[in-house]
Design a binder for this molecule. Structure first.
Ligand code: GLN
Length: 193
């Protein structure tokens, strides 16, 4: 049985743990390199990407995490986690680094300020079903490479790309961990088997 790590430096860690528990999957919190070695997949939660980047470096985790993802470790990033998985950021702060797992440029805080946070119905493209999604100071995908599969667009905000997958990495602009709809997490769990 797989164990999925939740990067627990900052952000909404417990909501991801609850989603994994609903799917019957074991999880551990990841703060150390040794924990990184004990997992079959990892989630980078929503929170604040500039802080997650700084703490990854302070905890000596940035390079080992990047190496494991490059080696094929399945990874899901939501909101700030999506930013962490991008190759490039528009609106990042000076020196902000990303893990570069998905060939995409994301725009930070693309939908506006905290007050512009919203809940919308998306079309989940893998099965053309509806998905209720919560956006909190979210990024969107400004552009992505030819190898990137688009999983959802936000018709309510001009058709922006808000969920993608490339190889072993999945990213969503929205907080799939707080809606109670666990289809995004299920995709990650499937890729850990
Ligand atoms: N705006 C945050 C950032 O830049 C992301 C917000 C979120 O994860 N809810 O990292």
């Amino acid at each position: 049985m797989s164990t999925i790590g939740v990067l627990a430096l900052q952000g909404d860690v417990s909501e991801h743990e609850a989603a994994l528990a609903r799917l019957g999957v074991a999880s551990i919190r990841v703060r150390r390199v040794a924990e990184l070695e004990a997992i079959d997949g990892i989630i980078i939660p929503g929170g604040e990407s500039t802080t997650i980047d700084k703490l990854l470096r302070a905890f000596g985790l940035f390079d080992p995490l990047q190496a494991r993802i490059r080696d094929g470790l399945p990874v899901l990033g939501t909101c700030a986690g999506m930013i962490m998985l991008a190759t490039d950021i528009i609106g990042g702060i000076d020196g902000q680094r990303t893990l570069g797992a998905i060939d995409m440029t994301v725009r930070r805080n693309a939908f506006g300020r905290q007050v512009d946070s919203s809940e919308v119905e998306l079309t989940w493209l893998p099965d053309a079903s509806t998905m209720h999604a919560t956006f909190i100071r979210a990024p969107w995908v400004e552009s992505c490479g030819p190898g990137v599969e688009v999983l959802a667009v936000d018709a309510a905000h001009g058709g922006q790309v808000v969920a993608v997958r490339e190889g072993n990495a999945i990213a969503t602009s929205f907080h799939s961990e707080i809606s109670g709809d666990d289809r995004v997490h299920a995709l990650l769990v499937d890729s850990c088997r």
